[in-house]
Design a protein around this ligand. Structure first.
Ligand code: ADP
Ligand code: MG
Ligand code: MG
Length: 209
């Protein structure tokens, strides 16, 4: 495979929803250690709403898909993660625009636009113990592997997101609720970095990468 269709993006959304529902309790458990114990329910509810919206109105372009998923997350999730993931999908969609397929380079650019949106909205920096610490390494790995083709780049991104998630454990949180704990946030994996690792796991599974 050399490109993703809008149907593949919908399959990615559904797979991510499945993982958020499956791991809802574990994500909430992570958030109970350094937050307010709602990350699993926030993400499961938000992604369930996003999938229902896609089933009501099937998007025909990358931009329409990103707008649908992003707007639904922003409006249905009250926590920090709703606006942040919402911005990711909105910016991803805006990058794809009227396209109906994304090749590896276009997917890399759309993912990068999504990351830039999260950075602009949340003002987190690498190492602040947030979803950025899975997203950033995933995109760097994608870019480094893109010459090997779409599936290799997605697989590399999935592995780097998981490593980035694991690497949040010894970090002290500097953004979001976990930052209120100061040094007591050390020694716990970040919930948002964990859901972001699932986002790339879902992309790999949905595309057979
Ligand atoms: P809330 O903290 O509002 O309850 P969630 O529990 O759903 O929201 O999401 C928490 C996750 O959001 C954190 O684990 C972290 O990864 C991410 N996060 C919080 N603030 C920021 C930020 N400013 N930039 C990037 N990610 C953030
Ligand atoms: Mg929370
Ligand atoms: Mg909350």
């Amino acid at each position: 495979r050399t490109s993703l269709t809008v149907a593949d993006l919908v399959a990615w959304t559904q797979r991510f929803r499945d993982l958020m529902v499956e791991h809802r309790a574990a994500l909430t458990e992570l958030d109970s250690a350094i937050g307010d114990a709602d990350h699993g329910s926030n993400m499961a509810r938000g992604m369930q709403s996003a999938v229902e919206k896609l089933e009501q109105t099937a998007p025909e372009t990358v931009g329409a898909w990103g707008k649908s998923v992003g707007m639904t997350l922003v409006s249905s999730v009250g926590g920090a993660s709703g606006p942040l993931y919402g911005t990711f999908f909105l910016r991803f969609g805006a990058s794809g625009g009227d396209a109906t397929e994304l090749d590896a380079a276009a997917l890399g650019a759309a993912l990068r636009a999504g990351l830039e949106g999260v950075l602009a909205r949340g003002k987190a920096e690498p190492g602040d113990k947030t979803m950025i610490d899975a997203l950033g390494p995933a995109l760097d790995a994608f870019d480094a592997a893109v010459d090997q083709g779409l599936e290799a780049a997605i697989a590399a991104a999935r592995d780097a997101a998981a490593a980035g998630r694991d690497a949040t454990e010894p970090l002290q949180a500097r953004k979001g609720r976990a930052s209120y704990l100061g040094e007591r946030s050390i020694g716990h994996v970040d919930p948002g970095a964990t859901s972001t690792a699932y986002l790339f796991d879902a992309l790999a599974t949905a595309t057979g990468s």
